[in-house]
Design a protein around this ligand. Structure first.
Ligand code: UDP
Ligand code: GLC
Length: 384
């Protein structure tokens, strides 16, 4: 089967890392269309995947909270993309849209070139994440044009259905993570990173992910202020136009008197090594996380993970058994968990080990690649 993957972004967010994994691992013949140039395009090309960047003819200023007017203004540029995607789609059996804008463009292009259309939905379509107009439009397009919607968690699937999305369209395929890079980190590399980050001065508490208001790094800082001596390690950069958030965070750290205790490492390619160098890994999202690759990665690194109890995270972490949960946004509760874990090394080690085993079992990349491939194969088997 020939599959054309489409994504609006070429940044390495979780959805794009998922695409990279599925395209490179798939048994189907794949090519990728992106709406911008960036690191994802480079990674795909390095992996020998045919990748093309379609540039929009004009500005598409449709953001998560945008309404009808913004959509109308973007219409000419969107229509040019629609025509371009339709032209490319003719050479494929399936179009696989991996992001919201890519889905809207692909769904509209199906009026010009009818192909099977799969929408890999990586977002929770609720008011905490998207404006009413966007939620309603993508749900209607999903119901009308998608042959299948792949949701990255039950939470994501439930939000789509609650909005009016057809339940029969949805297959849940949770994200998979390749365990090999975590197992392969040399002990010397871990020791070097720990020394560099100042582990001799205090425990290293890491938070991993792009800098964005809803990812809650401010909650992480506020909790850190309540854990004497601990060193906060913030790994990630603003990826999707949220640069202001990065500045706000640095200011916040200074106001809390944490300047000497917080390290901003920016975007890193060595997440497995960095995670293995931490004493604790925190997940801090204040809105429900659709899935949360970083939570699985922290578990695969064999470190105790303390995560915000909402969304897809509830399908990953069993509180007190494979990780720890706290009320999202509650810095006091997070600090209390961090202090408990630091005070109980035996509990921390037991939970981290159980988390590693559980994550390897439930969230292998092989399983998720197989499940997505099966969804694709079933499209033509049923003729549906
Ligand atoms: N990540 C990375 N380098 C960084 C920060 C994050 O490679 O500096 C990766 C991280 O390892 C994870 C992904 O980015 O695989 C983030 O995915 P997640 O599902 O946690 O969140 P998203 O950004 O998709 O909302
Ligand atoms: C999205 C979500 C994240 C999820 C990722 C991969 O970017 O924000 O929670 O893990 O997609 O599905």
């Amino acid at each position: 089967m020939r599959v054309l993957f489409v994504d609006q972004s070429a940044e390495l967010g979780g959805a794009e890392i998922s695409l990279l994994q599925h395209v490179t691992g798939s048994s189907h013949q794949s090519a990728v269309l992106l709406f911008e140039d960036g690191p994802l395009a480079e990674r795909l090309a390095q992996a020998g995947i045919a990748v093309e960047t379609l540039r929009a003819a004009g500005p598409i200023n449709v953001r998560r909270e945008s309404g009808f007017l913004a959509a109308l203004k973007a219409a000419p540029a969107v229509l040019a993309l629609v025509a371009a995607v339709a032209r490319r789609a003719r050479g494929f059996d399936v179009v696989y849209a991996n992001s919201q804008k890519a889905f809207v463009v692909s769904a509209l292009s199906m009026f010009l070139a009818r192909r099977k259309l799969v929408w890999h939905l990586h977002d929770i379509l609720t008011a905490a994440h998207f404006g009413r107009f966007l939620r309603w439009s993508v749900m209607r397009l999903g119901n009308g044009r998608a042959d299948r919607v792949i949701a990255n968690s039950d939470a994501t699937a439930a939000a789509f259905v609650a909005l009016g999305g057809r339940r029969q369209l949805v297959s849940v395929v949770r994200q998979g993570v390749d365990e090999a890079p975590f197992a392969a980190v040399p002990a010397a590399k871990i020791a070097a990173l720990r020394a560099e980050l100042g582990a001799d001065r205090g425990p290293l508490i890491g938070v991993f992910g792009r800098l964005a208001a809803w990812k809650g790094q401010t909650v992480f800082l506020e909790a850190l202020a309540q854990v004497p001596g601990a060193i906060g390690v913030i790994v990630g950069e603003a990826l999707f136009g949220e640069q202001a958030c990065a500045e706000t965070l640095r200011g916040h750290a200074a106001r809390l008197g944490l300047r000497d205790r917080v390290k901003f490492l920016g975007f890193r390619e060595d997440v497995p090594a960095l995670m293995r160098a931490m004493d604790i890994i925190v997940h801090s999202s204040v809105a429900p996380e659709p899935f949360g690759r970083v939570v699985v990665e922290g578990m695969m690194a064999g470190r105790p993970v303390i995560a915000a109890a909402a969304g897809g995270v509830l399908e990953i972490v069993n509180d007190g058994v494979t990780g720890f949960l706290y009320e999202p946004g509650n810095a006091g509760a997070l600090a209390a968990k961090v202090n408990t874990v630091l005070a109980s090394p035996e509990l921390a080690a037991r939970v981290a080990e159980a988390g590693k085993v559980d994550a390897r079992l439930k969230f292998s990349s092989a399983a998720s690649i197989y499940r997505v491939d099966a969804v694709l194969s079933a499209l033509t088997l049923t003729g549906g």
